[in-house]
Design a protein around this ligand. Structure first.
Ligand code: ATP
Length: 327
């Protein structure tokens, strides 16, 4: 893959009208003692948008989301949620936001229904217990002790609690971690339904397919900074598509007009900037020479390709050693 293509991805925040902005982050920095985990990031998320924050382990996603939730103060920069300061205006903001943390805490001996009812007693304008359990498909598990829920069911209960107060803004930190594919898809449906109802959603996820399917826009973080941002299809377009096949029984391979050829083990690959044109040229060449292309595949880049390209020189154990050494 051509490296660094993602650096060309558009910084499209300027396109967002300020009237629509629900989450605004300007030059956010967050340090833990001398270690700066978030290094001057900026983003704007508009009303009703679903925005996914992506990045390798330890890139600074949870730190960012916790600052937005008011659970941690910013070290520098400005953060606003619904026009309010998440730390100073916490009491005004709390009823308008829903939070699903990476590691929620439940009292295991209580049943699902009892857990929801305790939370309802603390929530302004809550949904009914039946409504919210139906939403996350846990109605049939309402009398089960929380400690007996599977990991995926536990995450769905956390989601139910996060949306109990019909929040305008919802923060989801790895909402589908540990879920099987069927539960994950059910959760995506819930998230889509909430978005259709007008909720603004900021989520972090390690499942890139999840971001590709759900997100209006994504930002990819690396070492405390945002290195790519935009609609998933725009971010993906920064990398070339790929055509590949087994080496045919001829030494002469064609030149394709918008592609670079790579030799990779037992495959011939092309990185193409114009997939349709290059693929047509290849097939015409094969047809004219009566050449059979075995295991032929042609596909555009995916978000996972961009992610892996960005992560390629990232060593998650180094705690951003490069820049610390430079200090
Ligand atoms: P993951 O995908 O693994 O959840 P992340 O992108 O959410 O990672 P953060 O949890 O924000 O990353 O962590 C960013 C960096 O800050 C990491 O190097 C982490 O070790 C460090 N860090 C996080 N919390 C603290 C803390 N309370 N004290 C010191 N360092 C911390």
């Amino acid at each position: 893959m051509t490296r660094r293509g993602w650096e060309l991805s558009p910084a499209d925040d300027n396109l967002v009208s300020m009237d629509d902005v629900v989450i605004e982050v300007n030059g956010l920095r967050r340090s833990y003692r001398e270690f700066e985990a978030v290094r001057g990031i900026s983003l704007r998320i508009r009303r009703g948008e679903l925005f996914a924050l992506l990045g390798t382990n330890g890139a600074g996603k949870t730190t960012t989301i916790e600052v937005l939730e008011g659970l941690q103060p910013a070290t520098a920069g400005r953060v606003r949620v619904l026009g309010l300061d998440p730390v100073q205006d916490r009491y005004a903001l709390r009823p308008r936001t829903g939070v699903m943390l990476q590691h929620g805490g439940f009292t295991g001996a209580l049943t699902v229904r009892e857990t929801v009812e305790i939370w309802r007693s603390l929530t302004v304008r809550p949904q009914t217990t039946a409504e919210v359990l139906d939403l996350v498909d846990l109605g049939g598990r309402r009398n089960v002790a929380v400690e007996q829920l599977s990991g995926g069911e536990g995450r769905r209960l956390e989601l139910a609690l996060a949306v109990l107060g019909r929040p305008e803004v919802l923060f989801l930190d790895e909402p589908t971690a540990g879920m099987d594919p069927a539960s994950r898809r059910r959760t995506w449906d819930v998230v889509r339904e909430l978005q259709r109802g007008g909720t603004t959603i900021l989520l972090t996820t390690h499942y890139l397919e999840e971001a590709e399917v759900l997100a209006d826009r994504v930002a990819i973080m690396r070492r405390g900074s945002i290195v790519a941002t935009g609609a998933p299809e725009d971010v993906v377009r920064t990398l070339p598509a790929r055509i590949s096949f087994r080496p045919p029984a001829t030494d002469a391979l064609p030149d394709l007009p918008h592609a670079a050829r790579l030799v990779e083990g037992d495959r011939v690959s092309y990185e193409s900037r114009q997939l349709q044109t290059d693929l047509t040229r290849l097939l015409e060449w094969a047809s004219a020479g009566n050449i059979r292309l075995t295991s032929l595949s042609a596909r555009p880049a995916t978000l996972e390709d961009v992610f892996l390209d960005i992560a390629a020189d990232h060593d998650p154990t180094d705690r951003y050693a490069e820049s610390e050494a430079a200090r």
